[in-house]
Design a protein around this ligand. Structure first.
Ligand SMILES: *[C@@H]1O[C@H](CO)[C@@H](O)[C@H](O)[C@H]1NC(C)=O
Ligand SMILES: *[C@@H]1O[C@H](CO)[C@@H](O)[C@H](O)[C@H]1NC(C)=O
Ligand SMILES: *[C@@H]1O[C@H](CO)[C@@H](O)[C@H](O)[C@H]1NC(C)=O
Ligand SMILES: *[C@@H]1O[C@H](CO)[C@@H](O)[C@H](O)[C@H]1NC(C)=O
Length: 265
């Protein structure tokens, strides 16, 4: 009899765990679905609205469409049922003008297992808010933000995501000296693409030593920036580097530029 009630108790516990998290009928977590719908609403689309994320509908009892894991550009974990990847690049559907959108990072916070977020090629203009909450996306390993107009204000936001392994900041209108002081926190970074910005390198010796903290960095793309030769000693401080791209910079001297290869050969 005692064994029986323990069995019932553990059954009840299991059921309540399931009900607390996953919504049994709809197939995806309700709070995650709402987060996606909030993001879609924030896009505030007027032209081609029926084409942009058209499978993202909120109607209850809408058959397959109600399960946000089946929505376009969304990938869920087979194990947890949570969203792990969001591929939201190039959403514009022939919109030729820049797209004025205020991205609210807080919108993504319910996606606790999010590992990859791609917002690239949207030509988003506007503010990025809720930035401090980015630190809560502690499972985020890949972040692709390229080809938007986020400017330098995006940098303090990104450097809060300390688990990042892959980061693309291509063509974001970043300018001035590269804030390595902030980036040194991203010790797990393996891939960093900073190309097509106006970054320069007034890199002090101290700044250079900070590059050495990026000890997992294997690929570094710096093309089409304003870095000059003063960046070279800094690059040589990154000991694990396997891929390095330096085209269209303000480098001078004959190739191979002294210093770059001596460290690896
Ligand atoms: C889930 O399983 C399918 C089919 O086995 C597989 O193609 C897909 O990659 C898996 N998804 C994830 C996120 O692992
Ligand atoms: C987008 O542009 C392409 C090429 O001009 C065209 O074939 C397609 O129909 C357009 N799509 C929409 C939704 O307007
Ligand atoms: C951002 O989203 C959060 C959560 O949905 C909300 O509380 C906050 O007011 C939003 N901030 C802005 C500036 O819209
Ligand atoms: C390199 O760039 C930095 C900052 O942009 C500047 O201070 C420095 O004079 C430049 N060095 C050379 C050799 O041009």
């Amino acid at each position: 009899m005692r064994g029986h009630s323990i069995l019932i108790a553990s059954w009840a516990l299991a059921v309540s765990i399931i009900l607390n998290g996953r919504q049994l009928c709809s197939g995806c977590f309700l709070e995650e679905k709402h987060a996606l719908l909030d993001f879609k609403a924030s896009l505030d689309v007027t032209t081609n609205a029926h084409l942009i994320l058209s499978s993202w509908t909120g109607k209850e009892g809408d058959g397959a469409n109600d399960d946000c894991c089946t929505w376009e550009r969304v990938r869920c974990s087979n194990i947890t049922g949570r969203i792990v990847e969001l591929h939201l690049s190039d959403l514009r559907e022939n919109m030729s003008e820049y797209w004025y959108v205020n991205i609210n990072i807080s919108t993504f916070i319910p996606l606790k297992d999010l590992r990859a977020l791609d917002l690239s090629y949207n030509l988003f203009q506007g503010e990025v808010t809720g930035c401090r909450n980015w630190a809560k996306l502690q499972n985020l390993k890949s972040l692709y933000l390229g080809h938007n107009f986020f400017h330098n204000n995006i940098i303090p936001c990104i450097t809060a995501i300390t688990e990042l392994k892959r980061l693309s900041l291509v063509d974001l209108d970043l300018e001035g000296s590269f804030p390595i002081e902030d980036f040194k926190r991203l010790e797990k970074l393996e891939f960093l693409d900073l190309s097509y910005n106006q970054l320069s390198g007034s890199l002090s010796f101290k700044g250079c030593r900070n590059w050495a903290k990026l000890q997992n960095l294997k690929s570094l793309y710096l093309d089409w920036n304003k870095f000059n030769n003063s960046i070279i000693p800094c690059i040589t401080a990154i000991t694990e580097l396997k891929r390095l791209s330096l085209s269209y910079l303000d480098l001078e001297g004959s190739f191979p530029i002294e210093g770059i290869f001596t460290c690896y050969l």
